[in-house]
Design a binder for this molecule. Structure first.
Ligand SMILES: Nc1ncnc2c1ncn2[C@@H]1O[C@H](COP(=O)(O)OP(=O)(O)O)[C@@H](O)[C@H]1O
Ligand SMILES: [Mg+2]
Length: 235
């Protein structure tokens, strides 16, 4: 069953076209990767899907016409973004950051249960719940960004470069949790410049170049594709 579908999706910054007619279809429960080099338009595409930038074309999410919906309405429908560069509130504590992610949920007991669930997922955040987020390491901030997005109880999580700038051990930890999140019935769209990592993690992938999808298919096929190997996997 289709969860997210975008058709002839176009995004421009003034006169500069950053996304030029993209089609994506993601089914419930899938883990899908979007790879492509710096400047390909991946972040622009994710931001527009989440209602943070205006787009032309069509989009449906969870069976609803999602065009011109505000980002908070899309969060309510079950679409959550973990932004590039994490975007945690640096002056708030870990637990205050998590509370910010719960803005849709009114009942205090369920917020507390949700926070406990995030702390189980990331024990390091539990140990640091009163620490100011700006003083966390990069990996801990990434954990917090994912935790905050999960507080909205999403159907689908869009992750923008979660491995960026992190040591291999931390990347492994973060991807272990993303895998757990996927197993809990959350659909994943993973944007990564690290194509090797993305193709090993996701079952299926899209390749983006200069604002267009140039290739898509099962990850195992893309991994052996000579153009993908040359451009994104170092030969
Ligand atoms: N706020 C902006 N204003 C103008 N151009 C932008 C802006 N953000 C990104 N771009 C341009 O859009 C293109 C795609 O950028 P981006 O979506 O960030 O790519 P990626 O995430 O794949 O690295 C690039 O050419 C970039 O310079
Ligand atoms: Mg980007």
């Amino acid at each position: 069953m289709t969860l997210l579908k975008v058709t002839d999706f176009r995004v421009a910054y003034g006169g500069i076209k950053a996304v030029k007619g993209v089609n994506l279809e993601i089914l419930r429960g899938e883990i899908v990767a979007l790879i492509g080099s710096n400047g390909a338009g991946k972040t622009t595409l994710l931001k527009a899907i989440c209602g943070l930038l205006r787009f032309e074309g069509q989009m449906t999410f969870a069976g609803v016409d999602a065009k011109r919906k505000r980002s908070d309405q899309l969060v309510k429908l079950g679409l959550s973004l973990v932004p590039e560069g994490r975007g945690v509130f640096g002056r708030l504590t870990v637990s205050e950051n998590l509370m910010m992610g719960a803005f849709l949920i009114k009942d205090k007991t369920s917020i507390k249960n949700d926070i406990d669930r995030i702390y189980q997922m990331f024990p390091r955040l539990a140990e640091r719940k009163n620490q100011i987020a700006g003083t966390l390491s990069g990996g801990e901030q990434q954990m917090l960004a994912i935790g905050r997005a999960m507080m909205a109880r999403p159907k689908m999580l869009l992750l923008d470069e979660p491995s960026m700038g992190l040591a291999p051990m931390m990347v492994e930890k973060i991807f272990h949790v993303i895998d757990e999140i996927s197993n809990s019935n959350v659909t994943i769209l993973l944007v990564e410049q690290n194509a090797n990592l993305a193709l090993n993690f996701a079952a299926r992938a899209y390749v983006m170049d200069s604002g267009r999808i140039t290739l898509d298919g099962p990850s195992f096929e893309l991994k052996t594709d000579s153009s993908v190997r040359r451009a994104y996997l170092g030969g």
